[in-house]
Design a protein around this ligand. Structure first.
Ligand code: GDP
Length: 197
């Protein structure tokens, strides 16, 4: 799979607007400002994709990107807000995305993007538990690692790993940086394995 060939396909606000539920998809979730757009950008080496998703009006939509392999897609889920988290979760994120996450049969895995300095927020925890409950493979990108000294980043990774050790769903925990590109290749390899399985 060539991630560089990713192209914007469609935005959806409801399940009925999503592309046909066939082939394979991997979805990206994360708290607003965690670095999800930048992560997708560096994985696809394609600055326009993240801009597409950040276009006003599209931020609350599910954005689909096609890859060069037939019927393989990356999916950018709406970021959940850092203000009034529980209300946003209920009113927007959960309502718009519950259907997608619960009903999408072609979903192969979830990538949860979190700021390595602020890992495992309440919402992140909820997503981890949701994946565990639904047997959906989970990849965690601990991004903005360049903001920490390497030793601090290592310590942060160990802390995250310790908190997640009882969760079977966590297949990949990757120290990541959109700035330094740390973790991009590892992430691409893991995505390829999921999409081609
Ligand atoms: P999103 O809301 O989750 O899509 O977050 P963005 O990708 O828009 O990133 C939020 C802010 O963090 C922006 O100012 C980015 O430039 C910055 N940022 C994202 N990823 C990184 C990273 O890996 N390193 C650094 N230093 N800054 C980052």
């Amino acid at each position: 799979i060539s991630f560089n060939s990713a192209r914007f396909l469609i935005s959806a606000s409801r399940l009925e607007e999503c592309p046909p539920d066939s082939g394979a998809e991997v979805a990206f979730a994360g708290r607003s400002n965690a670095g999800k757009s930048s992560a997708i950008n560096s994985i696809t080496a394609h600055g326009k994709l993240a801009r597409t998703s950040k276009t006003p009006g599209r931020t609350r939509l599910i954005n689909f990107f096609t890859l060069n392999r037939e019927n393989c897609r990356l999916v950018d889920l709406p970021g959940y807000g850092y203000a009034k988290v529980s209300r946003d979760m209920k009113d927007d994120w959960q309502k718009h995305l519950g259907h997608y996450l619960n009903d999408r049969r072609c979903l192969r895995g979830l990538v949860l993007v979190m700021d390595i300095r602020h890992p495992l927020t309440d919402f992140d925890q909820m997503m981890v538990e949701w994946c565990e409950h639904n047997n959906l493979p989970l990849m965690i990108l601990a991004t903005k690692a360049d903001k920490l000294k390497f030793g601090q980043a290592k310590t942060a990774m160990l802390g995250i790993a310790g908190k997640l050790k009882e969760f079977q769903c966590v297949e990949h925990l990757i120290m990541f940086s959109a700035t330094s590109k740390r973790g991009v290749d590892e992430c691409r390899d893991a995505l390829t394995a999921w999409l081609e399985a």
